[in-house]
Ligand binder design. Sequence first.
Ligand SMILES: Nc1ncnc2c1ncn2[C@@H]1O[C@H](COP(=O)(O)OP(=O)(O)OP(=O)(O)O)[C@@H](O)[C@H]1O
Ligand SMILES: [Mg+2]
Length: 224
Amino acid sequence: MSAQLLTAYAITAGYGRLDILHDVSVHVSPGEIVSVIGPNGAGKSTAFKTIVGFLRPRTGHVVFNGEEITGLRPDLVLRRGLAYVPQGRLVFPQMTALENLEMGAYTVEDPVRIAEAFERVYALFPILFERRHQKAGTMSGGEQQMVAIGRALMTTPRLILLDFDKLVAMKRAGYTLMVVEQNAARALAIADRGYVLELGRNRFEGAGTALLADPEVKRLYLGG
Ligand SMILES: Nc1ncnc2c1ncn2[C@@H]1O[C@H](COP(=O)(O)OP(=O)(O)OP(=O)(O)O)[C@@H](O)[C@H]1O
Ligand SMILES: [Mg+2]
């Protein structure tokens, strides 16, 4: 267990009195890419929101980097090195790409670390450097995703929970990741391990390639 970077164990959580997640467990080891797939409404985003502290689980534990973070506020979770890129294009539209990235570094005090973070983000997404003075709201959908991811990377996180694609570029850059990716086949092809959630429960888990080859996973989730 202690070798895991993140362990979410037996999480039950939801909205108001309605439980969405029932006893969900996931874990991520350092250096791994882990994909979470499952039908719309399965609870993927809810699981991420619970892990990073936007929702408090009714039962279960979240342990990150050896410390319990269950119910910890999202900004404190971020300070510990667990970044979250929500689903949807959440940029500040009236601010430039550069200003959006600066916002991402609000928890970082050391200007040297901030400069290094800018370098890393621009190396990963060169278009963001070219367009750094453009208002984020006028950028293309893909570019806005890059801004949102870049913003999360400004804290130099140990783990990134990514609630949409851009998986290939991130894998190449060597980040530890747990992702929700709408294209399930692509997500599993690139992942070290994967989880299939259904109706808020763990349904399958295993190596990405094994899940891809599993006839039942194929039939139920990969359309074939
Ligand atoms: N703020 C909320 N209040 C009440 N119910 C919610 C809320 N957010 C999500 N839900 C419900 O929780 C269930 C799981 O939603 P969630 O967003 O976690 O699914 P998902 O697996 O991320 O789906 P998708 O693939 O469409 O992004 C859905 O039935 C959804 O309607
Ligand atoms: Mg979702």
